[in-house]
Design a protein around this ligand. Structure first.
Ligand code: PMP
Length: 394
């Protein structure tokens, strides 16, 4: 039986990680995988998380199963963080999932179970796992215009034009903030225009929010998600705690589903419970419990918010420094977009050949579409990177 299986395409980002590890040049720079790194190149455990862990070690009395859809305290803490109380609690249904990826997968399965013939609309480009999960689940998908490769900003007219093709009941996936891989985001006015268009079309928004707090701030980054949540009778949200709590390996994510009313929400909840049961039964508890503790304890929350803010401003600082260095190297403003982008990524606009040259000649590793992990850049490497980007002809 096993010999009948076909080989699977290699995950490009994971393959890049392997190449980086195998490279023995001491000055190599990793701008590949989407993991936050501080100025020393470490992915540290946040102090607030470590402190919560200490408390948990003292207090935890059992390792018995948590609830099938996770703990109600986690649902409340996360929906408060993402939605800020703009939706009545009786319209919300939840599933605690292993990471944001688990939430995306469960949402796609929920759409499949609803069996309404919905097409899933994805931004072009998007995080590579979106189309592959949708394909795996077996749902129809298509793309909407999103990024302008020339200006490296959102092609908003193109986006609105292509969303004209959305049919009633289709699901439109939007990145809540810090678009991956481009770094280009909708402004508040554009969110409102997209919301109105999707309402008119009868679409169901699906917001993937994996970097809340990494862009303009914890509340600011939830603007679009909350706006949609106030306007739409139905909405799907996949949120991840991997980045903003720095707990990647603990696998804490959540599905938040908004139904039109309390009665419908009960059924949505039953379906989400069913999906958890079929796929993995009980979710992992540790990361979500830490998140709940951090979000609901005043001292831990204050500590975490300060740490998150310094992560955010550190990345903004690097963005500005790189944009300035590239202005000096290129003698032009054409890299100014780097300071405008938000979040952990920017697509710098190199061709695949230039990306290869950066790797082979400069030991700089970025994803093939020229997505750079901004957190992989330090004050020391800014000038090296700027010189290399110009040297390969970007
Ligand atoms: N959505 C997007 C856009 C992401 O970039 C990521 C992480 N790379 C996720 C969801 C989910 O991350 P995780 O499963 O690690 O929580």
């Amino acid at each position: 039986m096993l010999t009948s299986l076909h080989a699977q395409p290699e995950d490009k980002i994971l393959a890049l990680m392997g190449m980086f590890r195998a490279d023995d040049r001491p000055n190599k720079i990793d701008l590949g995988v989407g993991v936050y790194k501080n100025a020393e190149g470490q992915t540290p455990i946040m102090h607030a998380v470590k402190n919560a862990e200490k408390q948990l070690w003292e207090q935890e009395q059992t390792k018995s199963y948590t609830g099938l859809i996770g703990d109600a305290g986690y649902h409340k803490a996360m929906s408060d963080m993402v939605l800020g109380g703009v939706v009545d609690a009786d319209r919300l249904a939840f599933a605690h999932t292993p990471g944001g990826t688990g939430a995306i997968r469960q949402i796609m399965e929920l759409v499949k179970m609803a069996d309404t013939g919905a097409t899933i609309w994805l931004s072009d480009p998007t995080w590579a796992n979106h189309p592959s999960i949708i394909k795996h689940v077996g749902l129809p998908q298509t793309t909407y215009t999103y990024f302008d490769n020339e200006t490296r900003s959102v092609n908003f007219d193109g986006m609105m034009d292509s969303l004209q093709g959305v049919k009633s009941g289709d699901v439109v996936l939007l990145h809540g903030c810090c678009h991956n891989p481009t770094g280009a985001n909708l402004n508040n006015e554009q969110w409102a225009l997209v919301a109105d268009l999707l309402l008119e079309k009868g679409a169901i928004p699906f917001v993937d929010i994996a970097y809340q707090g990494f862009g303009d701030g914890l509340e600011e980054d939830a603007y679009g998600t909350r706006l949609l949540a106030q306007k739409f009778p139905e909405m799907l949200i996949a949120a991840s705690c991997s980045k903003n709590f720095g707990i990647y390996r603990e696998r804490a994510g959540i599905v938040i589903a908004i139904s039109p009313d309390a009665a419908a929400s009960k059924i949505t909840q039953a379906n989400l419970s069913y999906l958890n049961r079929q796929n993995f039964s009980f979710p992992p508890d540790h990361g979500a419990r830490l998140v709940t503790m951090v979000l609901t304890d005043d001292a831990l929350r204050a500590e975490w918010k300060a740490e998150l803010e310094s992560v955010r401003t550190g990345m903004l600082n690097i963005r500005q420094m790189l944009a300035d260095a590239l202005r000096a190297e290129s003698g032009s403003d054409r890299f100014g977009f780097l300071a405008e982008h938000r979040g952990m990524f920017s697509r710098v606009g190199a061709t695949p050949e230039q990306v290869q040259k950066l790797r082979e000649e400069h030991a700089i590793y970025m994803v093939g579409d020229s997505r750079m992990n901004i957190a992989g850049i330090t004050e020391k490497t800014v000038p090296i990177l700027a010189k290399a980007i110009i040297a390969v002809g970007v």
